[in-house]
Ligand binder design. Sequence first.
Ligand SMILES: NC(=O)c1ccc[n+]([C@@H]2O[C@H](COP(=O)([O-])OP(=O)(O)OC[C@H]3O[C@@H](n4cnc5c(N)ncnc54)[C@H](OP(=O)(O)O)[C@@H]3O)[C@@H](O)[C@H]2O)c1
Length: 229
Amino acid sequence: MATVLITGANRGIGIELVRIFSENDWTVLACCRKPEEAQALADLASKSSQIEILPLDVSDATSATNLAEMLKDKTVDFLVNNAGIMGGERQGATDMDFDAWGEAFRINTMAPLRMVQVLLTNLRRSTSPKIATISSQMGALNRESAGAYAYRSSKAAVNKVMQTLACEMAMDGFIITLFHPGWVQTDMGGSQADITAVESATGLFNKMAALTADDNGRFYKWNGEEHPW
Ligand SMILES: NC(=O)c1ccc[n+]([C@@H]2O[C@H](COP(=O)([O-])OP(=O)(O)OC[C@H]3O[C@@H](n4cnc5c(N)ncnc54)[C@H](OP(=O)(O)O)[C@@H]3O)[C@@H](O)[C@H]2O)c1
């Protein structure tokens, strides 16, 4: 049975990814900041022996190395960097919360690479290691739109980080991808969004489970179509 590790697994798209991976016979390492408060995830895990809940704040180096220590000697076949934040209320050209912008970079841009670093030994134990990072169409340079400077720039940057990593790690057999999950009805996306978290996670899973070496370094939409950079 293959193992997937999912960050930000307690709500939104993350918890639906936990559900669908586990329903498809994956072992799921479901990581969240506060397991003691993650009731919905605990309920899900109580119905499936394949789900293990682990503590992880992706922006905290100690938390990440503690997780790696807990997983020593385990194989991780698939890392899904899902945890993300918008980056504060004030992110306009003339009114910017720069501290919140920094936090957006720490969580949305730097943490995905940190997770790869701390889990590299676990991923290398897999016969076909894969990494998918949930980015956003809001980080695509081809899409001209106003506002949300912190969020857009953090997602544009993680696209470049993962594209670069895909070039470097292809020879080692890694398959590294980015996904726009759709505009999704979650706390982040709001109730007016286009699709439900179940629809998004189902589409993401279908593409993630079918990835091949040809997909390395590519940016996809939740429905499996290629996303322009
Ligand atoms: N919803 C959309 O329309 C949409 C569109 C494009 C891209 N995305 C991306 O999709 C991903 C999931 O978004 P969502 O809509 O499911 O958002 P959400 O409902 O707001 O959930 C965000 C998740 O990220 C976790 N998280 C935030 N900071 C963290 C940290 N430092 N360490 C660990 N976990 C952390 C949250 O945990 P806590 O509960 O502890 O805060 C929560 O589990 C994000 O990367 C987001 O940028 C979403």
